[in-house]
Design a protein around this ligand. Structure first.
Ligand code: ADP
Ligand code: MG
Length: 723
């Protein structure tokens, strides 16, 4: 076997399950021990400083600079007691990853080293912002940007460094990260939702969003990963023939977890628990070597920070296990890709889940108000919401038969759908009659029965007390979709309240005003309401008739960010200014182009330097055999070497085509690179460049089936996908 591949396989075979972070105590005994939470703050701070920071933590207010010094001192004392030596602002730039720059708790007084950490350093840092994508925001005004502590998310210690969750903004306050628009959207939603919640309970003061992110991922042995240039540089295989057996037998899903994977899971869970991440579920996913973990839901901002930290931890812990975690959406062709299902709901400060149907008629009225508002918001911005999850990686997954089609629809389940139909078809007076109202009130509890009736083909499914947005990609920052959903819901809830107020002014009573508004909103949302099979051809056609557009080309879809409707949505709610939207639009296109450019280069390299040489080598072996057969048997060789001759011709044909496609791929890239206009460049990449990559891959994958296994240089799917 190719020595390169053989060595990787030998190394992989030696990697055994092992534990590195085992803690024998019960989870509850160490849960959150590496987090500086309110409880610890109360022990380390003076009562006045504690009161001030508590207010910031709970209400998202900036920390009072006067107490920042004391808080920093307390954090330092705690961090040093836990062996930390450094601190960092941990932020979420527009790359979609996290960013960190470590500084030591070190100062020199009279030339002598002392541990130091100032309030200034805690509250604000100035990373060299020029190297982060900004979509031109920093060029237009100030070249600098700064990161600032977000006190709503607690600081924690990871690998001896105190991590301070932060936002990242330019000097004139423009958002340069994923977190700022998310926090703004949560505030806008709270305001709008509180107004509607007060119709039912005047005591409500705020509404927050709860999010539970299910994280899917693949595991690959580190030496096999290192032997694949595509995995190393793109986190996905750009060539590779499917294995004879992969997920057909559905024998991996929920199967016994392979020991190596389980040891890894237990280790990263232990680390995560210490950081207060509420992981609760682990299981095998559908594809071989694909897995999932899920936490108990928590407050939206925290849930997303936790998920970003979780991805860091998983990769770090994987290193100890000689594993690599693949978070990319479609690392292997022909089998399931990975998502990050976003479970989303709203809760009042009175602890009521506003999307939970109840047996109390009053509360059901509230449920209907919120459900119909979310539905209408999703309808009004259906294409934008779908686009919010689209990037290069997820474009390989969406529309596959295991992931939602990139057309927005909401699954409500049969009980709710029947009820909505009743509401829509009712005479408005009906809502006022006791009988009509009671009917609605009585029918709702039955929804509980419907909970198990999951529709896995729906991108936005109601699952009993929350919506599950299933289109989000596994590598995504959850904020990318959440801020759009929050904004759409906020806008719609604002409209709901305005409509309701109008009806009250017309002299209608509360129930009637609510139900009539619900009815109007359900009618408006009806195009996006769909309970059937989202994978079917019929749905694609039906959706078109309903005026729902699907994402077929990612850069093309990005243009939705520049529409008036998007500008109004984000602008009116104070989530993103026009300038900030345009900057994001630029960054999205830029990232798309750069990622695809890397993939195309890697593909060209693999084809020319790995695939073709081994194919030629095999061809030569066959030719030698043919030649020698001829020398011994004369003319009989033609019959005797029929199969070898055919194989040589096939290989030649594929090599020639492959070479031509790679040459054309380079040409198309050159042409695209010469284009100044970024969206046009992205369009050329998404069409011409991608087309040539598919053609080249087709040839390379066929060659994999023709060339002697001994000579094939790259680990094959069957070798990477099974422990
Ligand atoms: P499934 O795979 O069946 O969708 P999981 O248990 O894997 O279910 O994940 C469900 C996720 O939804 C968990 O993170 C869970 O905490 C979260 N969740 C449950 N209730 C709510 C809610 N009201 N709001 C937000 N998320 C929720
Ligand atoms: Mg799940």
């Amino acid at each position: 076997m190719s020595t390169f591949r053989q060595r990787a396989m030998d190394l992989a075979a030696n990697h055994q399950p092992e534990r590195f972070f085992e803690d024998k105590r019960p989870i509850s005994a160490y849960f959150g021990e590496d987090v500086f939470d309110l409880d610890k703050m109360s022990r380390y701070l003076s009562p006045s400083a504690y009161a001030s920071v508590k207010d910031s933590v709970q209400n998202g207010k900036p920390v009072d600079r006067k107490v920042a010094g004391e808080i920093a001192e307390a954090m330092k004392t705690w961090a040093l007691s836990k062996g930390a030596t450094h601190f960092t602002h941990l932020f979420q730039p527009l790359t979609g990853n996290t960013a960190e720059k470590h500084d030591a708790f070190l100062d020199f007084r009279d030339g002598r080293p002392v541990e130091a950490f100032s309030g200034e350093a805690l509250v604000q840092q100035e990373p060299d912002a020029s190297s982060f994508p900004s979509g031109g925001l920093r060029n237009t005004f100030e070249a600098r940007g700064y990161s600032a502590w977000d006190p709503t998310s607690p600081v924690f210690i990871l690998d001896g460094t105190l991590c301070i969750p932060s936002v990242f903004v330019s000097y004139n306050g423009d958002a340069l990260d994923m977190k700022v628009p998310h926090l703004r959207s949560l505030e806008a939603l709270s305001k709008a939702a509180t107004e509607v919640a007060r119709i039912f309970d005047p005591e409500v003061n705020s509404v927050h969003v709860n999010i539970g992110l299910e994280q899917e991922y693949f595991l690959v042995d580190e030496s096999l990963y290192n032997a694949r240039p595509d995995l190393k540089l793109c986190e996905r295989t750009v060539i590779g023939h499917t294995a004879a057996k992969d997920q057909q037998l559905a024998d991996h899903y929920f199967g016994a977890i392979p020991s190596r994977a389980e040891a890894f899971m237990k280790d990263f869970e232990t680390v995560a628990y210490k950081l207060g991440i509420r992981l609760i579920t682990r299981h095998n996913e559908v594809a071989p070597n694909q897995f999932e973990c899920a936490p108990v839901y928590t407050d939206a901002s925290r849930a997303i920070d936790n998920n970003m930290t979780l991805m860091i931890i998983m990769q770090k812990v994987a290193g100890k296990h000689h594993l690599r975690v693949l978070f990319s959406e479609k690392p292997f062709d022909g089998i399931n890709g990975s998502g990050k299902h976003c479970n989303w709901s709203m809760q009042s400060d009175k602890g009521v889940n506003l999307l939970k149907p109840s047996t109390d008629p009053e509360k059901n009225l509230q449920f209907l108000a919120f459900y119909s508002s979310v539905a209408k918001g999703v309808m009004d911005h259906n294409f934008l919401i779908m686009t919010s999850v689209c990037d290069l990686g997820n474009s390989y997954r969406l529309g596959g038969n295991e992931a939602p089609v990139p057309i927005m629809s909401i699954y409500s389940g049969s009980a709710l759908t029947a009820l909505f139909k009743d509401i829509i078809n009712s005479n408005p007076n009906h809502f006022n009659s006791k009988a009509g109202f009671m009917k609605i009130a009585e029918e709702l509890p039955e929804i509980e029965l419907d909970n198990t009736d999951r529709n896995r083909t729906s991108p936005f499914a109601f699952t009993g007390n929350r919506f599950e947005f299933r289109a989000l990609g596994s590598s995504a920052n959850g904020a990318s979709a959440s801020y759009v959903i929050n904004s759409a819901a906020a806008e719609s809830l604002k409209e709901f309240k305005a409509e309701y107020d109008k009806k009250i002014a017309e002299g209608k009573d509360k129930k009637q005003a609510v139900l009539e508004t619900v009815k109007d909103f359900l009618i408006a949302a009806s195009p996006v309401m769909f309970d059937g099979n989202g994978y079917s051809k019929e749905w694609a056609e039906e959706a078109k008739k309903r005026g729902l557009e699907g994402v077929t080309n990612v850069p093309e879809a990005y243009k939705v960010y520049l529409t008036k409707s998007t500008e109004d949505l984000f602008g009116n709610l104070g989530v993103l200014s026009k300038r900030e939207i345009e900057a994001r639009y630029e960054v999205l296109n830029e990232q798309y182009v750069k990622k695809l450019q890397i993939e195309a280069r890697v593909l060209g390299d693999i084809c020319l330097n790995h695939v073709i040489p081994s194919a030629v080598e095999y061809q030569n072996i066959l030719l030698k055999n043919i030649k020698e057969t001829k020398a011994v048997f004369g003319d009989e060789y033609k019959e005797m070497c029929k199969s070898s001759i055919e194989t040589v011709s096939k290989i030649s044909a594929f090599i020639n085509s492959l070479q031509a496609y790679v040459a054309e791929l380079v040409e198309r890239r050159k042409k695209a690179n010469a284009v100044e206009d970024l969206p046009e460049k992205a369009r050329l990449y998404s069409t011409g460049v991608k087309e040539m990559m598919d053609k080249a891959r087709y040839c390379a994958d066929h060659l994999e089936m023709l060339v002697d296994d001994e000579l094939w240089p790259l680990p094959k799917y069957r070798e990477m996908l099974f422990f």
